[in-house]
Design a protein around this ligand. Structure first.
Ligand code: BYC
Length: 330
């Protein structure tokens, strides 16, 4: 039998007079561009979506340290080494803010770490590609951090307070990262023919994966519509991808590199860039764990986690002793 509650469902949403006070307040805060804070009531699905997105984002930062970490010992000068080390440390910091933001939603750091090292959690597809040359450091900074900025600047306005606030600092640092990548490529493009070729080759390898980084096309993005209603996401995956290409084209001209898309053109009617076909089969294969470096990245993370066990034990023991000293003094 159909209940009165079912009858009042319009497009799957309860009628206004059936919302609880909590739900009404939540909806009002979202509608008025105000922030949801950790102690506020929120729908379970909102909480779950945020835990999913923020923890995946944190994992991406942590796994994302590896492709560049690969070049710290081989950077071409002391200055380049110092800059690269600072950048990789920034990524670690981003991971930590984001794990802390996710913890405010009720998941523990240990649970998130287990999800990552057991291979259950997703992290950005982009970090499953190799970095065989120094020019990859330039291409990652320019393309991957560039894509990250495009995606993350709107996240500074995410409706969940701790996530939006974490993004403000992250974005400032990402913009330094993007410039350092651009500058590496610019130096190579002003160098020998071999260096120019190395830069172009890195751009050729990172360009398409960086476009795929924005996520599946809108008609295959199951989470976008709801996340936009909740004002977690402010733009769709395709909108951000489009914006990114628009940002790259003039920069590629300054660099003197070619974007490896023969179909790239501006649509005269809309003024928008039209891009060639992204290889979505490759993207979904990487998500299934079958990218060129998925196994290596997870194995490295697992080893680092095991090697760090003594630090966690020592910190926990220290905290335990401090707590018992404080208790004894009270
Ligand atoms: N890779 O419905 P959709 C950095 C998944 S690190 C893997 O569109 P949503 C940096 C998606 O999770 C910055 N998985 O999802 C670090 C979903 O699966 P589940 C990384 C992807 O959430 C070091 C399914 O596909 N940035 O900058 O609405 C060095 C369907 O997708 C990907 C972030 O994490 C992908 N690329 O939108 C240098 C940004 N794309 O969970 C640089 C924060 C999609 O349903 N995240 N999937 O099983 C977001 O903005 C959104 O989560 C996404 C996806 C746009 C990525």
């Amino acid at each position: 039998m159909t209940s009165p509650a079912d009858l009042s469902l319009v497009d799957g949403e309860p009628a206004d007079d059936q919302l609880s006070d909590d739900e009404r307040l939540f909806d009002e805060l979202i509608a008025n561009e105000q922030r949801i804070e950790p102690r506020d009531w929120m729908p379970d699905a909102y909480r779950k979506t945020l835990i999913r997105q923020i923890s995946q984002h944190a994992h991406s930062e942590i796994i994302g340290m590896q492709p560049e970490g690969n070049w710290i010992t081989r950077a071409p000068s002391l200055k380049r080494k110092a800059i690269l080390m600072a950048k990789v440390q920034d990524e670690a910091g981003h991971g930590l803010y984001l794990y802390s933001a996710a913890q405010t939603l009720g998941i523990t750091r240990d649970e998130m770490m287990d999800q990552l090292i057991s291979g259950k959690a997703k992290y950005s597809s982009i970090f499953n590609y190799p970095t065989p040359t120094w020019a990859d450091m330039g291409a990652i900074g320019w393309l991957v951090d560039g894509a990250a900025i495009c995606n993350q600047v709107p996240l500074c306005r995410a409706s969940y307070g701790p996530y939006g606030r974490a993004m403000v600092r992250v974005c400032k640092e990402e913009s330094f990262h993007q410039r350092q990548g651009f500058e590496i490529l610019l130096s190579l493009m002003q160098g020998t023919d071999e260096q120019k070729q190395m830069a172009q080759d890195a751009v050729n390898r990172w360009y398409w994966p960086s476009l795929a980084m924005f996520g599946p096309p809108d008609d295959q993005s199951p989470n976008s519509a709801q996340s936009m209603k909740w004002k977690i996401k402010r733009f769709t995956n395709d909108e951000l991808r489009q914006r990114f290409v628009g940002m790259l084209v003039p920069q590629a001209e300054i660099l003197g590199v070619t974007l490896p898309d023969p179909d790239l053109r501006v649509d005269e009617e809309t003024g928008q860039y039209v891009i060639g076909e992204i290889d979505w089969d490759e993207f979904f294969e990487v998500l299934r764990g079958n990218g060129p470096c998925n196994a290596e990245r997870l194995e490295r993370r697992r080893t680092a986690h095991e090697d760090g066990a003594w630090v966690r034990e020592a910190a926990a023991e220290y905290a335990r002793k401090q707590a018992s000293k404080t208790k004894a003094a009270a």
